[in-house]
Design a binder for this molecule. Structure first.
Ligand SMILES: *[C@@H]1O[C@H](CO)[C@@H](O)[C@H](O)[C@H]1NC(C)=O
Ligand SMILES: *[C@@H]1O[C@H](CO)[C@@H](O)[C@H](O)[C@H]1NC(C)=O
Ligand SMILES: *[C@@H]1O[C@H](CO)[C@@H](O)[C@H](O)[C@H]1NC(C)=O
Ligand SMILES: *[C@@H]1O[C@H](CO)[C@@H](O)[C@H](O)[C@H]1NC(C)=O
Ligand SMILES: *[C@@H]1O[C@H](CO)[C@@H](O)[C@H](O)[C@H]1NC(C)=O
Ligand SMILES: *[C@@H]1O[C@H](CO)[C@@H](O)[C@H](O)[C@H]1NC(C)=O
Length: 478
């Protein structure tokens, strides 16, 4: 009797907790610029995303890393890339690298809370052995690709297929644009989902990363854009918007939407040389200027107190893991770099983050440099910030616009200081005027640097050759 009662209570409390946990949809838009969605730039046609953003809370100061793998490693692990060896460049398909396996990934934590976990889209966190891949790092299912990019239609990276349905190569999607395939898979999963479990869906879309490709009808939505590349890019953004709309519609159809929390972010600033746009911010992808590191980002849905439209507290990519774990009713790990902002965001309180590292990368010192720190209002950049530099409006001329690259020579060690609160577009370099502030931030930077793990950036490994794996980029060679 007592045992039966205990068991009944146990089952009830278990199902209650599960029912109360929000579904979480984490959408990453690849290489999307700060100025590339309709809520910031009225030339962009993104009604579905704009509605989510304006009904939700738009983040004005949510930072990411300047490149794909480092940001994604931070999202999944809650660790700064310079603590996991992921701070230099990105993972190339022929490198025997993945995010160290002793770090727990976001879906592993969510599984402990009872979530069903699905991933659709780009991984880019290493695949040289199965243990590195999504279904071994917390995802129940995976559909997508392992490398940085692939052809949106034939799904190959170089000459070899990189498209997978769980563990198996997905060879029969040739000719089908990835955004459609990914949205359709997400919709199917939502329809099949057993609602007695909370749902976590990680949707790192391929759009709008190069190659710049989209079915013509999306491109045709932008007759007022004169530049061919920019017009295609804009079409890719609108295809992304439609894909997001299809997923939210499926959540509505299934009755899940009202209990769903959506986090949307880019992984890095838009590549301005690749038709993206970050106006009025400085620089873009590859750089630690604000244009490369301030993500276009918002949250929508259950649990947010909708009394404001924006949140300007300081957030870093490492914070999303603990923030979503908190939103799910869990307790974030205390050993990670990230901190939860769930209570601050939902109640509009100041951020408890007061500083962060943009990057620490001394792999190719001093030419690469690529180091920066933010403390309070101030930002210090040490060494080469990456390029191209400058402030650019969306490309709109019939020819390709080229951007000047600053050339740094070995031995150069430029230092830049900005007050980001008053000068978010980084026009007014204070390094000469405020040597004490430079010294203060540099000292703090050096503290962090003591904890750096060397970048894991090995030479190409011939064992990666896809010809040994049926012409498919595959695990099994490290
Ligand atoms: C993971 O392993 C690395 C290398 O051995 C070590 O430096 C790091 O502290 C470990 N991290 C965790 C969370 O266990
Ligand atoms: C896929 O398309 C790309 C062009 O984007 C081309 O270079 C590549 O050869 C194609 N791959 C295959 C396997 O047809
Ligand atoms: C590809 O094959 C899989 C497995 O047979 C099937 O589930 C899927 O519907 C197919 N997709 C297309 C586009 O034919
Ligand atoms: C969205 O759904 C509609 C209706 O099913 C479909 O025609 C369209 O191709 C889908 N778009 C994307 C991007 O998946
Ligand atoms: C959903 O999951 C619950 C709990 O695990 C189970 O009892 C139920 O049979 C499942 N429903 C379906 C349709 O599979
Ligand atoms: C591009 O320039 C043309 C003038 O050449 C202008 O009519 C059009 O509005 C511009 N498009 C955008 C998106 O600014």
């Amino acid at each position: 009797m007592e045992i039966r009662l205990f068991f009944a209570l146990f089952v009830i409390s278990l199902s209650l907790t599960s029912a109360q946990r929000p579904n979480i949809v984490f959408i990453v838009a690849d290489d999307l610029g700060w100025n590339d969605l309709g809520f910031r730039n009225p030339d962009m046609k993104t009604p579905n995303i704009d509605q989510l953003a304006t009904e939700g809370i738009i983040f004005e100061n949510a930072y990411v890393q300047p490149l794909c793998s480092p940001s994604r490693a931070a999202f999944m692990s809650g660790m700064y890339p310079f603590h996991t060896g992921m701070q230099h460049s990105t993972i190339y398909p022929y490198q025997a690298v993945c995010v160290p396996l002793n770090y727990t990934f976001m879906p592993q934590e969510l599984k402990k809370l009872g979530y069903a976990t699905h991933m659709i889209g780009k991984w880019h966190l290493g695949f040289c052995k199965w243990e590195c891949t999504p279904t071994y790092r917390g995802f129940d299912t995976f559909f997508g690709y392992y490398t940085a990019f692939e052809d949106h239609f034939n799904h190959s990276t170089g000459q070899y297929l990189d498209y997978r349905d769980n563990r198996l190569p997905a060879r029969n999607y040739s000719g089908e644009y990835s955004a459609f395939t990914f949205a359709q898979r997400a919709v199917d999963i939502i329809h099949r989902h057993n609602v007695s479990q909370p749902l976590f869906m990680y949707l790192p879309y391929q759009n709008v990363h190069a190659p710049i490709q989209v079915p013509k009808r999306y491109e045709d939505m932008y007759p007022n854009v004169n530049n061919n590349g920019r017009r295609t890019y804009c079409g890719m953004v609108s295809a992304l918007d439609e894909a997001v709309g299809n997923v939210t519609q499926a959540l509505r159809d299934r009755g899940l939407f009202d209990n769903t929390l959506i986090l949307f972010t880019s992984d890095n600033g838009g590549p301005i040389e690749g038709y993206a746009n970050n106006w009025p911010l400085r620089g873009g992808k590859h750089t630690i200027w604000e244009g490369g590191t301030r993500g276009i980002s918002f949250m929508h849905g259950v649990g947010l107190q909708k009394t404001r439209t924006t949140y300007d507290g300081m957030i870093h990519a490492v914070d999303w893991k603990p923030t979503l774990i908190s939103a799910a009713g869990g307790i974030p790990e205390s050993t990670i770099d990230g901190m939860s902002h769930w209570d601050s965001i939902r109640n509009g309180l100041p951020s408890s983050r007061t500083e962060f590292i943009y990057n620490i990368d001394d792999f190719e010192v001093p030419i690469e440099g690529h180091a920066g720190i933010r403390v309070g209002d101030y930002k210090l950049i040490l060494g080469y910030p990456g390029g191209p530099d400058g402030w650019h409006r969306p490309m709109n001329s019939t020819h390709y616009e080229t951007y000047e690259q600053t050339v740094y020579l070995k031995g150069d060690s430029p230092v830049h200081l900005f007050n980001i609160r008053v000068d978010p577009t980084e026009h007014n370099d204070l390094a000469q005027k405020m040597p004490d502030m430079v010294a203060k931030l540099r000292a703090r930077f050096e503290e962090y640097k003591k904890t750096m793990v060397p970048a894991n950036f090995p030479d190409p490994d011939p064992a990666s050759d896809p010809r040994k794996f049926g012409d498919v980029w595959s695990p099994g060679w490290c």
